[in-house]
Design a protein around this ligand. Structure first.
Ligand code: SF4
Length: 302
């Protein structure tokens, strides 16, 4: 072992992530910034024991899918696309840019299977649609028993970083979380500034990333997104309608299993968004809103 290799990783380049590693690529600016830094740290080419995996919920915007594909082509990186599919081996379907679902099919199928919608309190979507699919790929396709799960949490997302370090996301499964952005002190401003100097970009505001109207986005952001494209709400309304008669284990009505967001259905949210007497909501949804104002789960990073 060289003297440099004996140094703690934080003193070495944090982007030279320990291996074998599986990078969770979310298709956002932060995660792609991290990916490029890792590629650069390895001299422009990832070693064969570092994989990059994008878990497609099919509720991301088309711009996100195009961005994932563009990053792959521009930086000459193999990005593996995976989706949830109950009947597939290990519940995981390997797809690509051309064959990926685009109308929420994996997410809707998961809701059908569960019989209730995820919510802020029971947020099963991220685990099933992203974390488990990436871990499944690592274990069954790559044959790994233990690996480093590289996740794009920044230094300015301290609550999430601390939570992730505390639970070391997925360690029971063999995945050991590594957070190079947090280790490197990379903050949102630096990421956005870096992207301004690149020849291509995501093309949508960061708050429009991940699933279109994720219940973890603040209400003001949801209102703004629906105003810009009212049809975005329809899939979410449809999912809530499917479980409208859902009851709890004791047979009584259980509101939290029928709604993504407590206190307001997506039909009500859409009506509020289109009610122009409510225009002041819009002002609160600034694109520069602190990233921690929304509490995304570990594999739903920017
Ligand atoms: S972005 Fe939101 S809705 Fe989509 S998987 Fe993550 S937590 Fe669930």
């Amino acid at each position: 072992m060289t003297a440099a290799a004996r140094l703690p990783r934080s003193i070495r380049n944090p982007y030279r992530v320990p291996r074998p590693a599986v990078i969770s690529f979310s298709g956002g600016r932060t995660s792609s910034y991290m990916l490029k830094k890792i590629v650069d740290a390895y001299g422009g080419q990832l070693p064969s024991d570092i994989a990059v995996v994008y878990a497609n919920t099919a509720m991301e915007r088309p711009e996100t899918l195009e961005f994932v594909d563009r990053c792959s082509r521009e930086w000459r990186i193999d990005i593996v696309w995976v989706e949830y599919l109950w009947d597939a081996p290990h519940r995981t379907r390997v797809v690509d840019f051309a064959t990926a679902s685009r109308n929420g099919e994996p997410y809707a199928a998961l809701i059908d299977r569960k019989g209730f919608v995820p919510s802020i309190s029971i947020r099963y979507c991220s685990g099933f649609l992203k974390r488990d699919r990436i871990e499944s790929y690592a274990r069954h396709w790559l044959g790994l028993k233990r690996w480093h799960a590289v996740i794009g949490l920044r230094a300015d997302e301290q609550r999430r970083v601390l939570r992730m370090r505390a639970m070391n996301c997925g360690s029971r499964t063999g995945a050991h979380a590594v957070l190079p952005l947090a280790d490197a002190g990379a903050r949102q401003a630096a990421v956005l500034d870096w992207w301004k100097r690149q020849p291509f970009d995501l093309g949508i505001p960061s708050y429009a990333g991940n699933c279109t109207l994720c219940m973890l986005k603040g209400r003001a952001k949801l209102i703004r997104l629906i105003r810009a494209d009212p049809t975005l709400a329809d899939w979410w309304i449809e999912q809530e309608a499917k479980v409208a008669n859902r009851t709890g284990p004791d047979g009584r009505a259980c509101e939290s299993m029928k709604r993504f967001r407590l206190g307001e259905t997506y039909a009500e949210l859409k009506a509020a968004a289109l009610d122009h007497r409510d225009l002041f909501d819009d002002a609160a949804a600034s694109p520069g809103e602190n990233a921690e104002s929304d509490s995304f789960d570990c594999h739903c990073t920017d």
